[in-house]
Design a protein around this ligand. Structure first.
Ligand code: AMP
Length: 225
């Protein structure tokens, strides 16, 4: 396969609450790409009680970043799965320059490159409210919000009919502030990192979910062309 014709690799950058997970799932459905969320992978490791999960648990609860070593290992492992071969959307990775450099190495070894790093531009003040009200269907993972996106029938998932819902342990106002601080100190510098490489796309992301999804779909179409 020529480098021009390798499966797309997209990165979603943005603070917690910017909508990375929501948009990644929409792109996944529309383009047949696979969402790779290191947050989901780490929560899975915590639930499974693996060594990585044990090391990550307290750090995640404090809203800080898990070590590069652990996160890179978890991602590398997931990249070995068969389902990622048609292209990926990275959601929440990389979050540090060291992770971005490691990603370059992992992709180079696969003959792949980054097609676009999409920065979701949002206002910090709105993020605390967005995050504090969110929850997901325990069965299918569909996301909801106490104010902005309630299920059509209260207590029943629109998508799968599930009636159990989860709230993340780190989605409380105090931890969100730590997560926002970690974003600005450690992750925001990646915007310049990807700008310098000519793959950065900035998207205003305070508006309606569908409008933002349409802008992202356009970027993905161009990136795939
Ligand atoms: P997220 O689901 O992306 O909001 O991630 C939840 C938490 O998992 C973060 O607050 C971090 O503690 C940890 N985490 C997820 N991805 C990374 C990453 N790429 N680097 C370091 N920590 C991460």
């Amino acid at each position: 396969m020529s480098p021009e014709n390798t499966p797309p690799v997209l990165i979603l950058l943005g603070p917690p609450g910017a909508g990375k997970g929501t948009q990644a799932r929409m792109l996944e459905e529309k383009f047949g790409l696979v969402q790779l969320s290191t947050g989901d992978l780490l929560r899975g490791a915590v639930a499974a009680g693996t060594d990585a999960g044990k090391a990550a648990k307290a750090v995640m609860e404090a809203g800080q970043l898990v070590s590069d070593e652990i996160v890179i290992a978890v991602l590398k492992d997931r990249l070995g799965d068969d389902d990622v071969k048609n292209g990926i959307i990275l959601d929440g990775f990389p979050r540090t320059t060291a992770q971005a450099e490691a990603l370059d190495g992992l992709l180079a070894a696969r003959g792949q490159k980054i097609n676009a790093a999409i920065s979701l531009e949002v206002e910090d003040d709105a993020m605390v409210e967005r995050i504090s009200g969110r929850y997901t269907c325990a069965n299918c993972g569909e996301g909801y919000h106490d104010t902005f996106k309630k299920p059509e029938v209260e207590g029943v998932c629109d998508k799968c009919g599930g009636t159990e819902f989860n709230r993340r342990a780190d989605d409380n106002a105090e931890t969100v502030r730590s997560r926002l601080e970690a974003y600005h100190a450690q992750t925001a510098p990646l915007i310049e990192f990807y700008q310098a490489r000519g793959v950065l796309k900035e998207v205003e992301a305070m508006g309606a979910i569908d409008e933002i999804a349409a802008k992202l779909a356009e970027i993905v179409e161009q990136a795939k062309a």
